[in-house]
Design a protein around this ligand. Sequence first.
Ligand SMILES: [Zn+2]
Length: 98
Amino acid sequence: MNEEQKKCEHLEFEGNCEVTRVTSVEGGPVERYTVDVRVRCAVCRLPFSFKGVPFGLDPRMPTSGLDGLELRAPITPGPNTRDDIDHVREVHGPTTYC
Ligand SMILES: [Zn+2]
């Protein structure tokens, strides 16, 4: 973090998201979607890190790299299904409120 970034109040933000259509073969049917999200201060360009996210890659849940600067999350068209909600409760247990 440079001096400008240390003094910045981080009042404005820029976000970037890249959606990927995942297929097994080139031109094949879409099997799932993922989104990679980054956020940084629009003034000093300091990137922000995502907290509380497991590290690595997992097609079933959001993850990040060790630096936490990119959120990698599975997404689907439309709202969550009953199975999605049950999976979150199974993974996170009683600390999940919904
Ligand atoms: Zn800033």
